[in-house]
Write a protein that binds this ligand. Structure first.
Ligand SMILES: Nc1ncnc2c1ncn2[C@@H]1O[C@H](COP(=O)(O)OP(=O)(O)O)[C@@H](O)[C@H]1O
Ligand SMILES: [Mg+2]
Length: 300
């Protein structure tokens, strides 16, 4: 069995942990740098060339595509798919979940609770926009972003208007979201592998901060996720068809609300907070999927 992980940096904690667990399980796991991949389509074939070498066949490929190379990374993942290789987290699933508003549209459609959210470009209707999300304060978010960057909390109509108009002026779209005061300063990160939450932590924002991301100084602690949160997290990953996902949820007046679904969630913070072996779960799941895929191929 040959597995590969797409990553720009094989020294990242998460990658080192995957390699470690793969070797423990006696599985070959190669790292491939996506930005070293040349994708060739020439009217008759699709190929991937790294250096001067054509990429060989893998039984499963795990994409770990950072936000800074989303578009290029998606082209790489797509090319692996064109070559008939099984990608754990497909290019479509990554693309649809990474656009945060698109993700909310799909979650909402699937009957999963999300905070009231408006995507607008209408200067004239900003007042009704803030009313639609429950009034001040409001959250404004860029369509893409991670680690809390691009998430803003705006307290007054004047600051709301000036920030949104400035971003529009720079050609940047933002969506406006209800500030979930019930759970403010604290959220849940559920780590989904397959159709199961394998670990969950509650993150608490540092003093004076509303974002609970670990990268913004938030503290994570092992938590037993309430059933309703667990169900919402698994269902949210399934909406996109993600096999591996980090789902962010917050408490709202009506129960758990999903904020976003990450297709390349890091696991340094959550392994530390929970003491659980998430890397091992991922490798074991990859092996299971690769075997299933092999069986399917044989039948064809
Ligand atoms: N609607 C909201 N109400 C209150 N806090 C929020 C809301 N949306 C996000 N936050 C806080 O900001 C953090 C980052 O938001 P998130 O949408 O997960 O973006 P990122 O991709 O940057 O992690 C969340 O973990 C949460 O603590
Ligand atoms: Mg988040």
């Amino acid at each position: 069995m040959r597995l590969a992980v797409l990553t720009r940096n094989r020294n990242l904690h998460s990658i080192r942990r995957l390699l470690q667990e793969a070797s423990k399980l006696g599985v070959q796991l190669d790292t491939i740098n996506p930005v070293e991949c040349q994708m060739i389509v020439d009217g008759s074939t699709s190929r991937i060339v790294v250096g001067a070498q054509e990429i060989s066949r893998y039984d499963a490929v795990l994409p770990r595509i950072g936000a800074s190379i989303t578009q290029y990374g998606l082209a790489v993942v797509k090319q692996f798919e064109m070559l008939g290789m099984f990608t754990v987290n497909s290019s479509l699933a990554i693309a649809e979940s990474r656009d945060k508003f698109r993700a909310l549209q799909m979650l909402n459609q699937a009957g999963i609770r999300v905070p009231a959210t408006v995507l607008t470009r209408s200067q004239r209707s900003l007042r009704s926009t803030s009313r639609a999300v429950g009034g001040m304060p409001v959250i404004a978010k860029l369509l893409q972003g991670t680690q809390g960057v691009g998430v803003m909390l705006l307290h007054t109509p004047a600051s709301f208007q000036s920030v949104v108009e400035t971003l529009w002026d720079f050609g940047v779209d933002v969506f406006v979201q209800q500030f979930l005061k019930e759970g403010a300063g604290s959220d849940y990160r559920a780590f989904v592998v397959g159709n199961r939450v394998v670990a969950a932590m509650q993150r608490t924002a540092s003093r004076g901060e509303f974002r609970s991301n670990i990268h913004r100084g938030g503290e994570g602690a092992l938590v037993r996720l309430p059933r309703a949160y667990e169900r919402a997290a698994v269902k949210a990953a399934q909406v996109f068809g993600l096999e591996i996902a980090g789902v962010d949820l917050m408490a709202s007046k009506n129960g758990p609300a999903v904020l976003e679904v990450n297709s390349s969630p890091g696991f340094e913070g959550i392994e530390r907070a929970t003491g659980l072996n998430i890397a091992g779960e991922i490798v074991a799941h990859m092996v299971k999927l690769a075997q299933k895929e092999k069986g399917r191929r044989r039948k064809r």
